[in-house]
Write a protein that binds this ligand. Sequence first.
Ligand code: FES
Length: 222
Amino acid sequence: MTQAEFARPDWQVGQLAPLALGQDDVEGPVLSEEARALAERIVDRYPTSRSALLPLLYLVQSEAGWVPRQGMREVAEILRLSTAEVEAVATFYTMLKLHPSGRYVISVCTNPSCTLRGARKTYLRARELLGEDAERMTPDGMFTLEEEECLAACDKAPVVAVNYVFYDQVDEGAVEQIIEGIREGRVPEAPRGAGVPGDLRDVSRTLAGLGTTPSPKAGPDG
Ligand code: FES
């Protein structure tokens, strides 16, 4: 099969996050002393230490704001796993960000149900408002924009998630309100009782099993 045959179809409008590991890394330890102590507490919850792999990767994300390769190495060392084993998990879950990401990750579902209900326009409006850099991270570090696979809420299409909290029937106007709200420090409340999403580090801390911490205010100066 030629490279052209692998080209993305027309309806897929966003920049897929590159999986080329090795480009995105940091120097020096990612986990602070305090975070290492938390890591031990997390590991102790499980009968088998490797079961703590996902929570520890979220712990890395809560510390760094994303998951650099150095963070994977530290998790491998704590769990006595190979870096390949850690990398295999980290690259599978799209909620783990493998490149520097904004404090608010806006995920637009572009699978068929959402696309049929206008997700392409929603995505393009978001990209217009945030700029193309947002497909990795906006220069102010506030936003990452991405396409997402089916978010399992097809009856509410088109669905948009902000740091994994879902917003229903998000058309161009609604995505504009969400983005403007975050910019102004008024992150809109999500329907269905999901509340107001915290920033990515805060949400990652929760996903690591460490409960919630007060979410810093939105806005570039946070
Ligand atoms: S196709 Fe978008 S939520 Fe299922």
